[in-house]
Design a protein around this ligand. Sequence first.
Ligand code: MN
Length: 362
Amino acid sequence: MTAPDSLDTLRDTLLAAERVVLTTHIRPDGDALGSEIAVARFLRALGKEVMILNADAEPRVLSWLADEQPKGLVQVYQEGNLKQAKAVAEADVVLVLDTGQLHRVGAPANLLKGSTATSMLLDHHPGPEDGFDITCVDTNSAATGELVYDLIAGHDPSLVDAAIATALYTAIVTDTGSFRYSATTPRTHRIIADVLARGGITPEPIHIAVYDGRSREGLRLLARALDTIATHYAGRLASMHVTQAMLRETGAYFDETEGLIQYALALDGVIAAVIGLETPSGIKLSFRSKGDCPINAWAAKFGGGGHTNASGAYVTGKPLHHVMKEVVDKAPRHVAVVPGADEGEASEDDIAKLAALFNQKP
Ligand SMILES: [Mn+2]
C-alpha cells in the first residue's frame, strides 16, 4: 500500500478545484451523509460547484437532514441521468467519503472509473484500495466527520455554520453510538464542543430526529428480534437474526433493523454480538464487541471487514440458519475460549438455544 497522503494535500486539491463531486458507500449512514453535506456546504460557501451523488437514498431516519439541503445538492444516482453524468465528466475532483472500497460506492463508481477527475479518499476505515490519486485515511478517527471537521477548520473554522454543524454532529454522534464506542476520544468531544458553539446548535433536536422517530412496525420488529437472541460460549457471544418473514409480518422496513444488534450486546456478560439480516439476495452480517475484543478478522472470514469493535460482511448463496451456525462456529478464540477455561463449557441452556436457532426454518 502506498503511503497515505496528508489532509493538507487533500484540502489544497479541493481548494484548487472548481467542480467537485462527492460520493460515499451504498446505503449511506449518518457519518457518510453528514460528512458529505458538511464538505459540500463548505465548498459551496467558497463558491465551488458541488454535487453529492450516492448509489442509494438516505435511510428514513436521516431524511430530515437531506431535506434541509438546497435542492439538487444531494442526488441519488440514476442510470442515464445526463446532469449527473455531466457533473462527473466535468468534475476536477471526485471525493469519496467513509469507504475506501470502490465496489462499496455502488453504481456511481462506474461513472468515476471513466472520469479524468482527481480521485480522492477521506476515510477512517482501515485498508483502503490503492486506486485513489490522493488517499487520506486516519483510522484513529471515530468518524469521517472528525476528519471533515479538520478539513474545514484547518482552512477557516468560522465557516462552520448551523448547517455544517448539524451535519457534522449527526456524522459523529451516529458513528460513535452517541459518544460511547471505544473509538470516542477527547478529540471527538473537543470537535463536538466547537461544532456546537460555532454552529449555535443544540444536540437534543438531532437526537430526537435520529433516534426517537421509530414506527410501531419498527418496534414490533424489535420485539420479534429480541426473541431470537441466543447466547453461546458461556454467554460471551450473543447472536440474533431477522428473517424476511419477520419483516413481512411486522410491516417494518429493512432499515429499521439498524441498531438492533446493540440489544444483543447490551446483555450482561456478552463481549461480542452478531446479527444476521436476511435480504432477498443474501445475508447481511453485523459484528459488534465491547472493549478489547477485535472482531474485524472474524468478519473478514466472511468476506467483510471494518473496525475492531464494529464490522460487517455479506454472504450470498447460503440460508440464514446455515450462515449463523458458521458465524458462531468461527467465533475468534478470545470469544470462544477464555484462557485457562475448559473449552467445552457451553451450558445446557446455550446448547438448547443454539439448537432452537438452527432448527428454525429461514
Ligand atoms: Mn464512518
